[in-house]
Design a protein around this ligand. Sequence first.
Ligand SMILES: Nc1ncnc2c1ncn2[C@@H]1O[C@H](COP(=O)(O)OP(=O)(O)OP(=O)(O)O)[C@@H](O)[C@H]1O
Ligand SMILES: [Mg+2]
Length: 383
Amino acid sequence: MVPSEDAAPQLDVDQILADPGVRIVVCCGAGGVGKTTTAAALALRAAEQHGRRTVVLTIDPARRLAQSLGLTELDNTPRQVKGIDVEASGGELHAMMLDMKRTFDDVVLQHTDPTKAAEIFANPFYQAMSSTFAGTQEYMAMEKLGQLHARGEWDLIVVDTPPSRSALDFLDAPARLSRFLDGRMLRLLLAPARSGGRSMFNLVTASFGMFSKVVQKVLGAQLLTDLSGFVAALDSMFGGFRQRAEQTYRILQARETAFVLVAAPEPDAVREAAYFASRLREEKMPLAGLVLNRVHRPVVPQLDAEQSGAAAERLAELGGHEATADVLRAHAALARQAVREQQVAARFTEAFPAVPAVSVTAQPADVHDVDGLRTIGAAISRS
Ligand SMILES: Nc1ncnc2c1ncn2[C@@H]1O[C@H](COP(=O)(O)OP(=O)(O)OP(=O)(O)O)[C@@H](O)[C@H]1O
Ligand SMILES: [Mg+2]
């Protein structure tokens, strides 16, 4: 039997977008499944159809999509999107791209005095970490969400999540980064730089003569000073960092938040979505539903793959109907793919039967303009 997508309750995004109690929508999922597209489409719909003053925080949007939202540079502040259809609804759409380095710099500035901040900015470790450290992007996305939320200017904040290898990174990276910033080992090793006393670093390196030599050679004295300076500086702000991350974590658990899980109908993406759904349950974070994106649907679903395949064979035998036979073959391939996709999707719905879901058909081309986003928004809400 072909598993039916109707087995899961239907996700009603319009109900979520129209609900004044919902203030944050977070779109998450595995890499490349359509998180950015879904986030932008939902935000546009919230503004156009539901009259909400909406801001969408996008992360690494494709250039053409960014341009169509009027985002020409990474300036880290929301810009109002012009030329959308909000006359009737009275809504507004603002969009921004996350600049993780600028966001990190802002946090530093807020937690320390300008002289200390300048020292931190000049530190090569800070420069590396603020622009490349794995997890910084996730951490800063949360930080930015916290800032937007604190400003209280928007009815609805739609958050895209970073193109991580795993969807779980969004939840795990802040803790990982905290552990790094909080790194006791690192601090013990570097203690002398701050206290002037005999160092653990010396002790450790004395007992590992080889290690010491290698470290000295590879890192060099200047670099060690830089690293210790960096850790000492971060140390003074760390309480602030952690407190903010915890605050945002609580916002994510609140009733005002709705997580929208995005998956493509492929085994890896669906498995990822299932992991994420269980994690949300553990963390008591509200999962609104699953958007199964880029599904394939044959134009005539009543005609199954065997029937059309057999008809194509028959026509080939008869001869002279090549074009029709090709169409039937293409239909058969599409019908087979649709069945496969439904089977893959069923793995999620069987594991989470209570989670509402909706399928969005694969568009013939990439989604890179407002019209395309509107089409996706309509598909997600089945209107
Ligand atoms: N339903 C759809 N039909 C056709 N193309 C789509 C659809 N949804 C998304 N796309 C396209 O797929 C590509 C990936 O989408 P998108 O950038 O939204 O994914 P993502 O999950 O944000 O990726 P990343 O993890 O890299 O950030 C884009 O080119 C987008 O235009
Ligand atoms: Mg993206």
